[in-house]
Each structure stands twice: as C-alpha cells, then as structure tokens.
Design a protein. Structure first.
Length: 87
C-alpha cells in the first residue's frame, strides 16, 4: 500500500505569516499572492494564507485605532509648539 505524500506547503504562505505580525500590510499582500499560487500549483498552506490575510487586516485595524487615539489625544491636549514659553 502506497501512502501519498501531503502537498508541499507554499513558501509565500509561511513568509506571509511572519510578515503579518511584523508588517501587517505585507502579510495581507503575501497571503493573497499565496492563495493564488496555491490554487494554481495545487500546493498546501491554504489555511495559513487565509490566516495571513485575517491577521494582517486585524493588526492594521489595531494600528489605525491607536494612531487615531494618539492623534485625538494630541489634539485635545492643545499642544502648540509656538506657544511654549520658558520663564
């Protein structure tokens, strides 16, 4: 009885998984490209590529939230470099 080897995991899906945590937009791009390659080549790693995309989107939203929060806090603080005086 011969056991078929599982399909090879797409390398771009693995790279995209790491990139999703370091640079989320890159993770989204790598995940999308990996999905296309997996479909064309019949490779494994579809779940990993989908995770790249979702993690990338989630972390982009977290970044956007904190940047917005920082900008709102900065504007409400009324900080203006031109008005700073040292006595």
């Amino acid at each position: 009885m011969t056991v078929a080897a599982p399909p090879r995991t797409n390398v771009l899906a693995l790279v995209g998984f790491i990139a999703a945590f370091v640079a989320p937009p890159a993770g989204i791009i790598f995940g999308a490209i990996a999905l296309r390659q997996i479909k064309e080549r019949g490779e494994g790693g579809r779940g990993l590529a989908v995770a790249d995309i979702w993690i990338g989107i989630g972390l982009c939203l977290v970044w956007a939230f904190f940047i917005t929060l920082w900008l709102v806090a900065w504007s409400l603080a009324g900080v203006d470099g031109a008005q700073i005086t040292i006595s």
